[in-house]
Write a protein that binds this ligand. Structure first.
Ligand SMILES: NC(=O)c1ccc[n+]([C@@H]2O[C@H](COP(=O)([O-])OP(=O)(O)OC[C@H]3O[C@@H](n4cnc5c(N)ncnc54)[C@H](O)[C@@H]3O)[C@@H](O)[C@H]2O)c1
Ligand SMILES: O=c1ccn([C@@H]2O[C@H](COP(=O)(O)OP(=O)(O)O[C@H]3O[C@H](CO)[C@@H](O)[C@H](O)[C@H]3O)[C@@H](O)[C@H]2O)c(=O)[nH]1
Length: 492
């Protein structure tokens, strides 16, 4: 009988996942522990550290009853029967595998702490996304320090998506549990299965060996990201030919073997997972001598870089006479997708950095992202965002050309152009006539998410670029600069 669960890592996964386990398993005490004092203080306050629809309700129901947030990781590890590890697994920034391999520093330190403080048998669950065979390394750390304690390592990757995390956790497509094919491993699988059985139908709980479970997570993300790069690749061809990506994607997705999900062309996928996990997969393939396979997956990321860096910036800059220096460009949406305040690896960072290189003045509005976060994102080095917050640079000197407002009308006032970079529902409802009247002319609108009706905006007077849709007459004849041509070639 599981009495107590401890989760190391109170982030986007650890927090919501444990809150839902606490809600669905009232007889289990659930403690989420973290090294970041600020994060734990926020989890214990009225202003939770992450914005996620439905999360506050769940936390309020359980917090202080059977759900607790604590910085005393050691105490709760020693008392728990099951320990989930949901810490950062960023892309390495230096040394062997830099820019591709997963940095397992935080995972290893969590495993060492478990080995140090455990006084009874434990089930240790990989919740973080990790390279295949990580469980073997973790087992070695645990058993070499174990003092005769029996540790069982399970892989239980998380498939939730931000913005829909609570629904995804309530009604998962599947729960995957991998373990050793030994009596001890199978018993551990059964124990964790019992926890999920409190609310997940039996046929949705899949059991596997450790390596299949670890690889399934990387593979699932690679497949999802590949669909987005595929639809974005087709969107470029739509623009070149006069086809409409929304019609093409709808027609393609009607094939039941393909399905309609993940076929929205965009300014590029962002988020903390896709790029990191594909690079991780690429590195694994390279380590196993599978260079063609590595190259195949690498192109998914390259296509995404092309979409972020080239399409939007090339369209924005080129259509505005190739000169945006000192022009005000309004950015609507900075989060990597709607219904989250998360900006990790958001396409908006690349687009803004591209515009800043061109010396544009940028005015940003996002309903859930703070000025401090935006300023840090625009000054951070690649991959630094994925380390625990207390290890990140806290007060960089702000980028002077950037202003952040809490109002879309303020952000767009006096602007030459607008870029919609996140598909927030409220952007569909804005009074675009009022916005147009307050902008410099000609007024440009670049819709990187296909959220507005281009024809209605053209009637108002905007010059509109919508990803993958028939081009505005203004945009049809923009010649590519030699520099842009070279950059396009560089990508492929
Ligand atoms: N964000 C998602 O949607 C998502 C979904 C599925 C899987 N994942 C994976 O889950 C893992 C965690 O992702 P996240 O988005 O929750 O990250 P996160 O940065 O939001 O949270 C990780 C937390 O771990 C804490 N931490 C790091 N080392 C620690 C230690 N030694 N002891 C205690 N706390 C420690 C950090 O302070 C941080 O609060 C990653 O491997 C990620 O790839 C993320
Ligand atoms: O058709 C689409 C769908 C998504 N996106 C973009 O792709 C990114 C990722 O979106 P999404 O997958 O919805 O959010 P994540 O929270 O990153 O979730 C992904 O990454 C998680 C972390 O591993 C996995 O658990 C989830 O299953 C997987 O969907 C975002 O920038 C989206 O805007 C598109 O551009 N077009």
């Amino acid at each position: 009988m599981v009495k107590k669960i401890c989760c190391i890592g109170a982030g986007y996964v650890g927090g919501p996942t444990m809150a839902v386990i606490a809600l669905k398993c009232p007889s289990i005490e659930v403690v989420v522990a973290d090294i970041s004092v600020d994060r734990i203080t926020a989890w214990n306050s009225d202003l939770l550290p992450i914005y996620e629809p439905g999360l506050e309700d769940v936390v309020k129901k359980c917090r202080g009853v059977n759900l607790f947030f604590s910085t005393d990781t050691e105490k709760h590890i020693s008392e728990a029967d099951i320990i989930f590890v949901s810490v950062n697994t960023p892309t390495k920034t230096c040394g062997i595998g830099a820019g591709k391999a997963a940095d397992l520093t935080y995972w290893e330190s969590a495993a060492r702490m478990i080995a140090d403080v455990a006084k009874s048998d434990k089930i240790v669950v990989e919740k973080s996304t990790v390279p295949v065979k990580t469980a073997e390394a973790i087992e070695k750390i645990l058993t070499h320090n174990s003092k005769g304690i029996n540790f069982q390592v399970l892989s239980n990757p998380e498939f939730l998506a931000e913005g829909t995390a609570i629904q995804d956790l309530f009604y998962p497509d599947r729960v995957l549990i991998g373990g050793r094919e030994t009596p001890g491993g199978q018993k551990a699988i059964e124990t964790l299965k019992e926890v999920y059985s409190n609310w997940v139908p039996e046929d949705r709980i899949i059991t596997a060996n450790l390596w299949s479970a670890e690889l399934s997570k990387l593979a699932a993300n690679a497949f999802l990201a590949q669909r987005i790069s595929s639809v974005n690749a087709i969107s470029a061809l739509c623009e070149a030919t006069g086809a409409d990506i929304t019609v093409v994607a709808d027609a393609v997705g009607k094939n039941t073997s393909i399905g309609p999900e993940f076929l929205s062309a965009s300014v590029g996928f962002g988020g903390s997972c896709f790029q990191k996990d594909i690079l991780n997969l690429v590195y694994l393939c390279e380590c196993h001598g599978l260079s063609e396979v590595a190259l195949y997956w690498k192109h998914v990321v390259q296509m995404n870089d092309y979409q972020k860096d080239e399409v939007c910036r090339a369209w924005v800059v080129a259509s505005m006479f190739n000169a945006v220096s000192d022009k005000k460009i309004a950015i609507l949406g900075f989060a990597f997708k709607k219904d989250t305040g998360d900006t990790r690896e958001t396409a908006a960072i690349d687009v803004c950095k591209g515009l800043l290189r061109e010396k544009a003045e940028i005015s940003i509005y996002d309903p859930h992202v703070t000025e401090d976060q935006i300023q840090r994102d625009l000054t951070m080095n690649k991959f630094d965002w994925d380390h625990p917050i207390h290890l990140q640079q806290m007060s960089p000197s702000p980028v002077k050309q950037v202003t952040v407002t809490w109002d879309a009308y303020e952000a767009t006032k006096g602007a030459h152009g607008i870029c919609i970079l996140t598909e927030w529902d409220e952007f569909k409802q804005l009074d675009y006539k009022k916005i147009y009247d307050n902008m410099k002319k000609p007024a440009f609108l670049f819709d990187g998410r296909n959220v507005v009706d281009p024809e209605k905006l053209r009637e108002i007077g905007f010059i509109v670029y919508s990803i993958g849709r028939p081009l505005d007459a203004w945009l049809k004849h923009i010649p590519l600069t030699e520099d842009d041509k070279r950059k396009r070639v560089k990508h492929f």
